[in-house]
Design a protein around this ligand. Structure first.
Ligand code: FE
Ligand code: FE
Length: 284
């Protein structure tokens, strides 16, 4: 394995999304959710091995310092989407699903169900944080299920055995139930593993209603929104807002098989929608 392969073990970021969709396939029972090993492929498994070993408190704090200054230039939502779309998966000619297409399939499914405009918008922008990959970040620091760092790892996190290799697992302070946090302190006070959720939340938070902020920020926090873990860190308000995160998740997971949206046809709708909430440019 050469260096670039070991840093980017998946052929594309979609491999992780596909893995999660299979893990939570709708015809599966709760027990079968846990039995994901059979669905895993070596790239995704290696990806989780790296993610769980390297997402430490120290890494998360450093990434936040580096990226949350939002000093990587101004871009419109459209420029960010086009930029993200340059992340093409040339390994698999059969799945020419561009990144924009996943965003549109998610948002169009939400729109068809008659949800509020901010909810549709959340679907359309939820993965724009994946531009982190284009900043040269390794896959394990862009995608993957997110989880709190600085406290005990829940056994509801996928591949929990891989935390053994995380230096934080040897720090007693980080391995108590609450770790560096207070009981029910609220997720806003909790550091989650670093990735595209937290980044896009920070870029857009000033312009979105709070349920949309929660959707962007916690859509990969499967241990909490799918398995009910980490309630001891969440407050009453988080619990309420997570109803929206849960409502969003099926659109993210299951809209892939849907019709391919005709981008040209729907673009005017999205241009209006984006302009309704966002200024011409945002700090990224
Ligand atoms: Fe995502
Ligand atoms: Fe997504």
């Amino acid at each position: 394995m050469n260096t670039s392969q070991s840093v980017q073990p998946m052929q594309s970021l979609d491999e992780w999304d596909d893995f999660v969709a299979v893990r939570y396939r709708q015809d599966k029972t709760e027990d079968q959710f846990r039995d994901y090993s059979t669905d895993a492929n070596p790239g995704v498994t290696e990806f989780y091995r790296q993610n769980h070993a390297q997402q430490t408190v120290e890494f998360v704090l450093a990434a936040r310092t580096e990226f949350l200054k939002l000093n990587r230039g101004k871009k419109s939502i459209w420029e960010a989407a086009e930029y993200l779309n340059t992340l093409v998966d040339d390994s698999d000619p059969d799945t020419d699903l561009s990144q924009i297409e996943h965003l549109l399939q998610t948002s169009e499914a939400i729109r068809k169900d008659g949800h509020p405009r901010w909810f549709v918008l959340s679907g359309f922008i939820h993965d724009l944080g994946k531009v982190l990959c284009l900043y040269g970040q390794p896959q394990w620091a862009v995608v993957g299920d997110t989880f709190p760092v600085g406290c005990a790892y829940s056994d509801q996190i996928v591949f929990p055995e891989f935390f053994e290799a995380n230096p934080d697992s040897k720090v007693p302070e980080y391995q108590s139930l609450y770790g560096i946090y207070e009981p029910r302190c609220g997720l806003d006070n909790v550091y989650l593993s670093w990735g595209h959720d937290e980044y896009v939340f920070n870029v857009t938070k000033n312009y979105l209603p709070e349920p949309a902020q929660y959707i962007l920020r916690y859509h990969s926090f499967y241990a909490a929104h799918k398995h009910g873990a980490y309630r001891h860190l969440m407050n009453e308000h988080d619990e309420q807002m997570f109803e929206w995160v849960k409502k969003f998740n099926p659109y993210d997971l299951y809209s892939k098989g849907a019709d391919r949206p005709n981008f040209k046809e729907v673009k005017p709708y999205y241009e209006d929608l984006v302009a309704e909430f966002f200024p011409a440019q945002l700090d990224w």
